[in-house]
Design a protein around this ligand. Structure first.
Ligand code: AGP
Length: 616
């Protein structure tokens, strides 16, 4: 989604800005722009399309100077046009502002500003902020960094909604202001200047440490010691510096054509990593130290709520089946976007787990904040220990999947499910699960990475299936119990990267309506391992066949009965039911990938999608 990079210092800002934006490209965007203070004035360049297009525009019309701010825009308010791309300028054309988030009261602010004579150049909510800050700066007694900081602060007090902003002004040529509410922003010093960015990865190699601004904070970067205040005028806590991890780059494709394929193939290792040190064979349980919660409290949880969005929601749904069957504790899954507004009755023993790959998903963070307000213990299942989600929950579990660059989540799904299975084991052993059963589960966990590697060995077969069905206009996905979330995830993966229309249902729902979609040109993908409901799945497959619908089945290796009635069969090893979703999802990831490649789609950056959805 939108990205921000800013630089203030003695060097030319442009190479830093372009380099930083390139590192944020994987998050998804549709236009880019930057502004620098140059020869006492403000120079702005923008491009519709990617950062390379912006670099071309700069080659054609060079600029240089500092400070500078830059942005990749993922359209929310207003079409993808040059006018709507950031930075936006104020009425004088001497102030530039970039913004992530949504100004919810932008209509009334715009009307108010228009009454005062402002003529807007764009249809964005962001330009309203640029105009407001500009007006406030014009009324300041002096024209320096301090005044710019105060102008930003005063203007933001009028804005409702979420924002992370970077602001520069030609009259405050040594200064840059950063402020945030609900959208992430970091600031740091190094490489001959000071920086701001929406993601610390953008600054890797230039700064060693960053400060994650807290909600409602504002910082002035003017070459002096970093000063952080609160937008509302109250005192801010002392800034805490944290190390920046090295960012993954495109050079790290490791021989794979795309990040998505590389990340699918990383799963044996990411599963080893997520389990490392967490399986306890002495006690036949799992150890999740990051929960940072006394066993008596954990034992007291009478209900779990899992909340998240997209793929992370599908992982939660799989977790619901696994935890309930292992621990016999009721689990509810809630879309974070709905949960945050639902005011659902939760009993005193409820604990909430929020799942998020990015740790920055706006809806998930809002759900967490609402739970905290209600005094409900809230934990994060995260892939970034410095993310907002990790910082805003009282404890949690790091899925240790490493950077996921492909916009379509793959390895993080399997790692999230593995964490939930370990949570199920931990809770099961605290309640009624026998030691022997715990040991069997541990043994299955230890074989899991090799079994995923075995499934990856079917890639040639899956590619052949992709070739046969890539031209299908739509796909149906079906599964039972914990394989229903796998069906949902397979359907999401395919539609995300290939733009093919898909839907997913529990297999038994077929006859309740979706059977109307079955025809000779619409493949039905069934996840049908030999579990307690295998025969039921078989019946549904026959119902599709009876209507000449092609059937692709994911089943257990050696299952001749299933293979015989399908048009295509993908074998996976047999594992205990609570780990099976981690295996059966892998062929669906490969199928989506290969169909997308065959259709010529941009698999790592699918149209309209953002890796980190930081707006509501
Ligand atoms: C998954 O392929 C998608 N990119 C999307 O559904 C994603 O899972 C969702 O936006 C949630 O993201 P999060 O895990 O970072 O919170």
């Amino acid at each position: 989604m939108c990205g921000i990079v800013g630089y203030a210092g003695k060097s030319d800002a442009v190479p830093f800005l372009l380099g930083g934006l390139e590192r944020l490209e994987y998050r998804g965007y549709d236009s880019a722009g930057l502004a620098v203070v140059e020869n006492g004035g403000l120079s702005v360049r923008k491009a519709v399309g990617n950062v390379a297009a912006l670099a071309c525009e700069i080659s054609a019309r060079p600029l240089a100077g500092a400070p500078g701010i830059s942005h990749t825009r993922w359209a929310t308010h207003g079409e993808v046009t040059l006018e709507n791309a950031h930075p936006h300028v104020d009425a004088t054309g001497r102030l530039a502002l970039v913004h992530n988030g949504v100004v919810e009261n932008h209509r009334e602010l715009r009307a108010m500003l228009e009454e005062r004579g402002h003529e807007f150049a764009s249809t964005t909510d962001t330009e309203v902020l640029a105009r407001l800050v500009g007006e406030a700066f014009e009324s300041m007694p002096s024209r320096d960094g301090e005044s710019l900081r105060e102008a930003v602060r005063v203007a933001l007090l009028q804005a409702k909604g979420s924002f992370a902003v970077g602001v520069i002004h030609a009259d405050a040529a040594n200064a840059m202001v950063a402020a945030r509410r609900a959208s992430p922003l970091v600031v740091g010093s190094g490489s001959g200047g000071q920086f701001l960015a929406s993601d610390p990865g953008a600054l890797s190699g230039w700064v060693d440490e960053v400060v994650f601004l807290n909600d409602g904070e504002i910082a002035l970067l003017d070459g002096g010691e970093l000063r952080v205040d609160r937008i509302d005028g109250s005192a801010a806590p002392q800034p805490v510096f944290r190390e920046v991890e090295a960012a993954a780059g495109p050079s790290e494709l490791g021989g794979f054509e795309h990040h998505m394929l590389k990340e699918i193939h990383e799963q044996p290792q990411t599963l080893r990593d997520v389990m490392m040190g967490r399986l306890d064979s002495d006690e036949a349980t799992a150890r999740l130290a990051g929960l940072d919660c006394p066993p008596e409290d954990i034992r007291g949880w009478g209900q779990l709520i899992l909340t998240s969005c997209g793929t992370s929601f599908h992982a939660a749904l799989a977790g619901e089946y696994l935890i309930e069957s292992m621990a016999r504790i009721p689990v509810e899954c809630e879309y974070a976007s709905e949960f945050r507004y639902r005011n659902s009755p939760l009993d005193g023993g409820a604990a909430v787990f929020a799942l998020s790959q990015s740790g920055e998903t706006a809806d998930t963070l809002a759900a967490v904040r609402e739970c905290r307000r209600r005094g409900i213990p809230t934990f994060g299942i995260v892939n970034n220990a410095f993310s907002s989600l990790a910082r805003e929950t009282r404890g949690g579990v790091d899925i240790r999947a490493g950077a996921e660059i492909g916009v379509a989540a793959t390895k993080t799904f399997t790692s999230q499910v593995a964490v939930l299975a370990m949570l199920g084991l931990l809770l099961g052993r605290m309640h009624d699960m026998e030691r022997g059963e715990g040991m069997e589960i541990l043994e299955a966990f230890s074989r899991l990475p090799d079994m995923v590697a075995e499934v990856l060995g079917t890639e040639g077969l899956v590619r052949g299936i992709a070739e046969k069905y890539a031209d299908s206009g739509s796909f149906l996905f079906f599964g039972r119990q914990a394989h229903f979330p796998v069906a949902l995830e397979g359907a999401l993966k395919l539609k995300e990267v290939s733009y093919i229309s898909t839907c997913a249902h529990p297999s038994a729902e077929l006859k309740h309506g979706v059977i109307a979609l079955v025809n000779e040109r619409t493949p039905s993908v069934f996840i049908a391992p030999r579990d307690g409901l295998f025969e039921k799945n078989l019946g549904n497959i026959e119902e599709v066949r009876a209507r000449r619908g092609p059937v692709i089945a994911v089943g257990n290796a050696g299952d001749g009965e299933l293979e015989a009635i399908c048009d295509a069969f993908i074998p996976v090893p047999k594992v205990p039911e609570f780990l099976a979703p981690i295996l059966t999802v892998v062929p669906l990831q490969l199928l989506a990938y290969h169909i997308a490649v065959l259709l010529g789609c941009d698999v790592d950056k699918p149209r309209n999608l953002a890796k980190s959805v930081t707006v509501e």
